[in-house]
Design a protein around this ligand. Structure first.
Ligand code: DAH
Length: 344
């Protein structure tokens, strides 16, 4: 009997030490301590042992049981520790990781951020006004006569909504100049506004997209003159295109400025001499002028006390001119074409 108990103990201990996981341990437990386990059966046999030996055998059987239970517990702890170690070793935090694919800002967003930074250095405050706008802000207050062709459906998107009794039809703003009046309503002079927003026109061909961006500068203060406009344009052109570039203003006509100009930037390839890229040495940037007195009046500013200048350019166009990009079809800018976009 004694021998039997000892051999059960040894067999159990060696199996326990070899056990590789909890499932194996569970099986060993059953095999020895279960209802019909080897030790359980052996203990039942104790009744057959002569009375004088029974006590001693009983004590031994108990010790064997305890030893097996302890060994099972111990092995379970060792296995769980090993498991944790394996997990820890598998995640080597010092390993250089695989970089996830990183995107970058869209070409137009990059241009907008750069332009905002340039103007903020000379005190222009960046604002954004509604894209769904009233006729009054887009045209009426900007000195457009009632029958001006820009109001024509061919140019402007109109919203199917009954017209406002004071502000007229609802539309998608076709230029950022609508922000001029909004700004004058928001703030008394001095005004230094930079309104960058999406603008909409009914056009789609290789050089036009129906949604594009504009940035509109507006300065209103006492004694503002054309020289301030020219200085601001020169500063922008030097900062954005490069220190050797110059701006030029040519007489033009806009409803909301008097006098009005078209603004050119000297060609970066030939430096103003004339080449294949620019033809006459200059590239067209956009419009500008001195704010029309009627526009100041519409914004409740007295034109006898204050004067101002304004300009409106396209960030898309500026970016393309800076990069020397000749895009065959402008619509590619908004077509989610990664082969194109990843180059910038
Ligand atoms: N709003 C004009 C356009 O979309 C551009 C423009 C011209 C803006 C002259 C101005 C300006 O502020 O003074 O074509």
């Amino acid at each position: 009997m004694e021998e039997n108990l000892l051999s059960i103990k040894n067999a159990a201990l060696s199996l326990i030490l070899d056990a590789k996981d909890d499932k194996m341990l569970e099986e060993i437990k059953l095999q020895f301590l279960g209802r019909s386990g080897q030790l359980t059966l052996a203990i039942k046999e104790i009744t057959k042992v002569p009375v004088e030996e029974r006590k001693e055998i009983g004590i031994l059987a108990n010790e064997v049981k305890q030893t097996i239970e302890e060994a099972l517990n111990e092995q379970e702890k060792i296995l769980s520790k090993k498991r944790k170690q394996i997990i820890f070793e598998r995640i080597d935090v010092t390993n250089p990781s695989v970089k996830p694919p990183l995107g970058h800002l869209h070409l137009v967003t990059q241009a907008i951020e750069e332009i905002s930074a340039i103007f903020s250095k000379i005190g222009f405050e960046r604002v954004r006004y509604p894209e769904v706008e009233w006729d009054w802000y887009s045209f009426g207050a900007l000195n457009f006569p009632q029958n001006h062709p820009a109001r024509d459906e061919w140019e402007t998107f109109f919203i199917k909504e009954s017209p406002h009794e004071k502000y007229g039809a609802m539309l998608l703003t076709p230029h950022t100049s609508s922000g001029q009046i909004r700004e004058m309503e928001r703030k008394k002079p001095p005004i230094r506004m930079l309104n960058i927003a999406k603008t909409y026109r009914r056009q789609s061909d290789i050089s036009h997209v129906p949604m594009f961006h504009q940035f509109e500068g507006l300065v209103v203060d006492k004694d503002i003159a054309i020289t301030h406009l020219k200085g601001t344009l020169d500063y922008f052109v030097r900062s954005f295109f490069g220190k050797d570039r110059k701006s030029r203003i040519r007489p033009y006509h806009f409803q909301f400025t008097e006098p009005s100009f078209e603004v050119d930037v000297s060609c970066g390839v030939c430096n103003g001499k004339g080449c294949k890229v620019c033809k006459a040495g200059w590239l067209e940037l956009g419009g500008a002028g001195m704010v029309h007195p009627n526009v100041l009046r519409a914004g409740k500013i007295d034109p006898n006390e204050y004067s101002g200048f304004a300009f409106g350019f396209g960030p898309e166009r500026c970016m393309m001119m800076k990069e020397g990009l000749k895009i065959e079809d402008l619509r590619i800018l908004y077509s989610n074409n990664l082969d194109f976009l990843e180059q910038f």
